[in-house]
Design a binder for this molecule. Structure first.
Ligand SMILES: Nc1ncnc2c1ncn2[C@@H]1O[C@H](COP(=O)(O)OP(=O)(O)O)[C@@H](O)[C@H]1O
Ligand SMILES: CC(=O)N[C@@H](CCC(=O)OP(=O)(O)O)C(=O)O
Length: 302
């Protein structure tokens, strides 16, 4: 009988070496929580989505506790377009009126949440899809956004409608799921004190959850290599002051604003490091966790 190993032993030796090199990293993260934000842009490709689901199951299998928080901005945009509802963004946040928040909740907690959950289950894990309303997971308050008028330099408050920010996270609910061997998959929808529904930017939700559960890492998977400088080159590592400077000097814009803000707050909140990662690269999550060659932008305290 001829086995595949016998045909190309060098290939299998390389595979064995890779697995062996991952051992110290597996030890380092064993028993630790890693929050992975899966962005709407990163989930577009079916093959990559399948690999993402397998990678999440692998993390769980080697004793790491993955918690998935997903976005779905482009998918919400498509649905709003189909329903002929206008939508605009301010600093990367969708202005959300009463009609829009219903559609946002439907898209995020419905199709997207369930398809990620189903993909992880198909890959051999036990995923449970929830929104921030389940298990009182994300209590939210209305987000107050102020901007400075360029001419007068006067600050004014913008009304973004039902855009919320996390006020309180219930980590016990997630820890209970984890203890039962389940992988939480979370839609970034929050509940207000009077039963209102809040649309929360998925990066912001992931950051708040990472801080609340005491995660070792926050991974934000998106559709760019990481944070790019003014020349378009990847910045591999940023400290808090450096990241603040990039926000202030306009190097980052749009969806990168809430991402970097989240990284800053999460690291200040005690998470060792936050990483903005290219979700277009297959297994980018594994490369980040199990090797020395970080491929995105890592934000650390100092
Ligand atoms: N300096 C920058 N470096 C990288 N991306 C940037 C920068 N400034 C703005 N961006 C934009 O931020 C986007 C990522 O945010 P977003 O579209 O919200 O992604 P996601 O759906 O993954 O959350 C990038 O596709 C890019 O267009
Ligand atoms: C307030 C706000 O902007 N909420 C986002 C929620 C989804 C999200 O963040 O999705 P991505 O991560 O794919 O961008 C929105 O409505 O698009």
């Amino acid at each position: 009988m001829t086995s595949k190993h016998a045909k190309d032993p060098r290939k299998w030796l390389r595979t064995a070496q890779t697995i062996s090199e991952a051992l110290p990293f597996m030890r380092r993260y064993s028993g630790k929580k890693v929050v992975i934000k899966y962005g709407g842009h990163a989930m577009g490709d079916a093959d990559l989505a399948d690999k993402f689901a397998h990678d999440i199951v692998l993390l769980k299998q080697v004793g790491i506790s993955p918690i998935v928080v997903h976005g779905g901005g482009p998918q919400i945009g498509e649905m709003l377009k189909r329903l002929a509802v206008n939508s605009e963004f301010v600093d990367g946040l969708r202005v959300t009126d009463a009609e829009t928040v219903e559609i946002v909740e439907m898209v995020l907690s419905g199709k997207i949440n369930k398809s990620i959950t189903a993909a992880i289950n198909k890959a051999g894990g036990t995923a449970v899809g929830v929104s921030g309303k389940d298990g009182s997971l994300i209590k939210a308050r209305k987000l107050q956004r102020t901007i400075k008028d360029q001419d007068s330099n006067i600050e004014k408050v913008l009304d973004l409608g039902f855009v919320g920010e996390p006020e309180e996270i219930n980590p016990d609910f997630l820890l209970e799921l984890d203890r039962s061997g389940m992988i939480p998959v979370i839609a970034p929808i929050g509940y207000g004190p009077n039963g209102e529904t809040y649309n929360i930017n998925a990066d912001t939700a992931a950051g708040a959850i990472a801080a609340a559960v005491g995660a070792s890492r926050l991974l934000l998977m998106t559709d760019v290599a990481g944070v790019l400088d003014k020349q378009g080159s990847l910045i591999s590592e940023l400290t808090i002051p450096e990241a603040q400077e990039l926000t202030q000097d306009g190097t980052i814009s749009g969806g990168m604003i809430p991402k970097l803000e989240t990284c800053l707050e999460t690291v200040r909140g005690g998470v060792d490091a936050a990483v903005i990662l290219d979700g277009r690269i297959a297994h980018s999550m594994l490369l980040e966790i199990f090797t020395d060659c970080g491929i995105g932008t890592m934000i650390k305290k100092a």
